[in-house]
Design a protein around this ligand. Structure first.
Ligand SMILES: Nc1ncnc2c1ncn2[C@@H]1O[C@H](COP(=O)(O)OP(=O)(O)OP(=O)(O)O)[C@@H](O)[C@H]1O
Length: 307
């Protein structure tokens, strides 16, 4: 059997033309590969950028495209994600593909490593706000993991791989074992917003304590996989400790809804950033100096501009 990972990436500049819609796309580079296809950055004659997923199994790919179409339909307020669905012929073979909005950005784990873990506050809030829209439209994302949460400039967050989304109340279609609440004996695999809250908590554990998390999965026997084991890691990490309450609620499914999870996240971040002891506070004389420096620099800029 051929899987997408067996396939060599197509060379830069490969052109694919849709058999039915006739649109032409020029492949630029491989963005990533999944179990049932490869995703390329591509451009059209207008130079606009797209993400094109070329599949192996047309039924699988069609299923993903149907979900994307249905999401675009239920979430009318945002720009469409699915842009084209077609077949092409490559090396004499029929290859199904679909075209999506291109999401620039890097996986959240890499972003926090490069820019610093203090970005967790903003990124977490934006992720929960995006999930809240999705949940209100009746969908659960399901496969939340670092590769599917892309972060762009200034901590802008977008989800990719909506092909794994499930309607609320159905079985979760696609998940990654270590992010799955069923794996951690913390609930079922029936899609509800709490399923995504749990995976968001695992996202932070994976991003900030990846090694210990993986080690835990290797050493715990299945009967002992439990949120309390995850909470031990949370309590021993200085960035996660102030979010202890939030993490516990996410791991045990105790938020009323995603708006509640988002509100409580914001509050936990706000409290964690408050100076705790008098020693942490900026002394009045230093604040005064800083204020004076800002006034002076603003005045200098104003004078310079008016010259
Ligand atoms: N619209 C997009 N814009 C930018 N990058 C994308 C886009 N869609 C997918 N990618 C990149 O391609 C990778 C592969 O995407 P794909 O949808 O095949 O899913 P996957 O989650 O990696 O695999 P699987 O669905 O088999 O678990 C993603 O992890 C992401 O890095």
């Amino acid at each position: 059997m051929t899987t997408s990972s067996d396939r060599q990436p197509l060379p830069k500049g490969t052109e694919i033309r849709g058999k039915w819609n006739g649109k032409l796309y020029r492949l630029d580079r491989l963005l990533g590969r999944g179990s049932n296809g490869q995703v390329y950055l591509a451009s059209s004659s207008t130079k606009a950028k797209f993400a094109v997923k070329l599949g192996i199994e047309s039924a699988e790919l069609q299923g993903e495209a149907n979900i994307l179409a249905s999401l675009d339909h239920t979430e009318k307020g945002r720009s469409p994600f699915l842009l084209d669905v077609d077949d092409t012929v490559l090396e004499g073979k029929n290859v199904p593909f679909y075209v999506m909005k291109y999401i620039p950005g890097i996986p959240v784990k890499a972003y926090l490593r490069e820019r610093g873990s203090h970005w967790i506050g903003v990124i977490g809030y934006r992720l929960l706000e995006r999930l809240s829209q999705l949940h209100e439209a009746g969908w659960v994302f399901g496969d939340i993991k670092s590769d599917n949460v892309l972060v762009g400039e200034y901590g802008r967050v977008e989800l990719v791989d909506y092909g794994g989304a499930s309607s609320i109340g159905r079985s979760v279609r696609q998940f990654t074992e270590i992010y799955d609440r069923g794996y951690w004996s913390a609930g079922s695999r029936i899609a509800d917003p709490a399923y995504d809250h749990f995976a968001v908590a695992l996202l932070w554990l994976h991003a900030l304590e990846g090694k210990r998390l993986i080690q835990l999965t290797k050493t715990l026997i299945p009967q002992n996989r439990h949120p309390r084991e995850l909470m031990k890691i949370v309590r021993s990490n200085s960035r996660l400790l102030p979010l202890e309450n939030w993490m516990e609620k996410a791991l045990t499914g105790r938020f009323e809804n995603t708006q509640d999870a988002s509100k409580q996240w914001r509050e936990a971040i706000r409290v964690s950033q408050k100076p705790k002891s008098p020693d942490d506070r900026v002394p009045a004389w230093m604040a005064g100096l800083l204020g004076a420096a800002i006034v002076i620099s603003l005045s200098i800029t104003a004078i310079w501009l008016l010259q």
